[in-house]
Design a protein around this ligand. Structure first.
Ligand code: FMN
Length: 367
């Protein structure tokens, strides 16, 4: 296990993040796209605690094109002045239908259009979308070209890929065919999750592969993904692989402080203490308010409960708080829980590895 001491501040190194088209990010620490999680409230929390760039949940091309953008679907297209830089992500099967979908995201105010060639869930693969396209380089590259040609030149187009469908030589060749073809078509950066589609979330993300990809592309921007649960993990990935930035996914659910911690480790070589109980209360309350504003008074609680389970990991009475979140049925219950467990201040704790490997499934909503 890496310790903070292994990461002295990088003397003389420019302390800025990766280049994404015409914009340089302030740091390498990015909030990953997370279906069912990285809605506007989660992104705001990530940004407040130091994420240099955030990505929205993936949208199916047809949804992005046809959704009315009012009522329940309004929040998917809600980008405000203080949200930037924020990326919108699309997934689909038909190159042509990416065109109106990408236009809609641009019109909504997203700064970057990201294309998903990684999603491993059954519905995506069955619909010839997401990770399926890693096995279809011609179609994948046609999509890239259509989107790049559609989106104004000032708006970067980026990709999210897994390292392949499986570990066959054929799959690897197709990965590099898409990677090289996409950069040649003008994409500004590629995020690589170094698991295969077949692997889903079993086994580790293969960071050696990320290192190889970064060496292969030279100056082009690569963001790494997979197994980033602590600030030390983030620095270790940057160091080991040479990628330009890292996208923090499961490790940021209910732990937006990971961005601040990674940033401190990167800039000054040490990680601040975990957030105190009152600092946690501030974040949880802000998250609740944003969720209520985003999803409405009748729906915010459903989504917030799963964040509650994750926030609980930072509380010294973790198991009790987690169980209490499980009992919450109403907004009043929620507020009473926060009052009961977060009313008195005290030191927090870092989430333990045992509680950070959730059995989440990468469900894609809405379909
Ligand atoms: C619940 C869940 C939803 C996800 N949704 C998306 C998504 O919408 N778009 C995307 O590109 N990746 C998505 N991912 C993949 C993550 O962005 C990330 O690549 C993956 O979780 C590996 O990082 P980790 O091991 O640090 O969690 C999702 C992952 C999970 C667990």
């Amino acid at each position: 296990m890496n310790t903070p001491e292994s990461f002295p501040a990088a003397a003389g190194r420019p302390q800025t993040g990766p280049q994404l088209g015409g914009r340089r990010l302030m740091s390498p620490f990015v909030q990953a796209a997370l279906s069912g999680y990285s809605d506007r409230p989660m992104r705001k929390l990530a940004q407040r605690y130091g994420a240099s760039y955030t990505l929205a949940e993936v949208m199916i091309d047809r949804f992005a094109q046809e959704a009315r953008g009012t009522g329940r679907t309004a929040h998917h297209f809600d980008v405000r002045d203080d949200d930037h830089p924020v990326g919108g992500q699309l997934m689909g099967a038909d190159p042509e239908s990416f065109v109106p979908a990408a236009r809609r995201l641009v019109a909504s105010g997203f700064d970057v259009i990201d294309i998903n060639f990684g999603c491993p869930v059954k519905s995506a693969l069955g619909g010839c979308r997401g990770g399926y396209l890693l096995g279809r380089p011609e179609t994948a590259l046609e999509i890239v070209h259509r989107v790049r040609d559609t989106v104004p030149a000032a708006i970067p187009v980026t990709l999210k890929m897994r390292r392949g469908i499986d570990d066959s030589v054929e799959s690897r060749d197709k990965f590099f065919q898409i990677l090289d073809g996409a950069f040649a078509a003008g994409v500004a950066g590629i995020t690589v999750h170094a698991r295969t589609v077949e692997q889903k979330y079993r086994g580790p993300s293969r960071w050696e592969f990320l290192r190889e990809v970064k060496q292969h592309v030279g100056d082009r921007t690569i963001l790494g993904s997979g197994d980033l649960f602590t600030a030390e993990d983030c620095l270790a990935m940057l160091r080991f692989t040479g990628v330009d930035g890292v996208t923090i996914a499961r490790g940021a659910i209910g732990n937006p402080w990971i961005f601040r911690q990674a940033d401190a480790l990167w800039r000054i070589g040490s990680v601040p203490c975990p957030p105190s109980i009152h600092e946690q209360r501030t974040a949880i309350s802000l998250h609740r308010d944003l969720a209520e504003e985003c999803h409405g008074p009748d729906r915010w609680l459903t989504g917030m409960r799963k964040f509650g389970f994750k926030y609980a990991r930072l509380h010294p009475r973790f198991a009790e708080v987690r169980d209490a979140f499980g009992q919450v049925r109403t907004g009043l219950d929620w507020d009473a829980l926060v009052e009961r467990f977060y009313g008195d201040d005290g030191p927090g704790r870092f989430p333990q590895l045992d509680d950070v490997h959730p059995a989440e499934s990468e469900d894609v909503a809405p379909l």
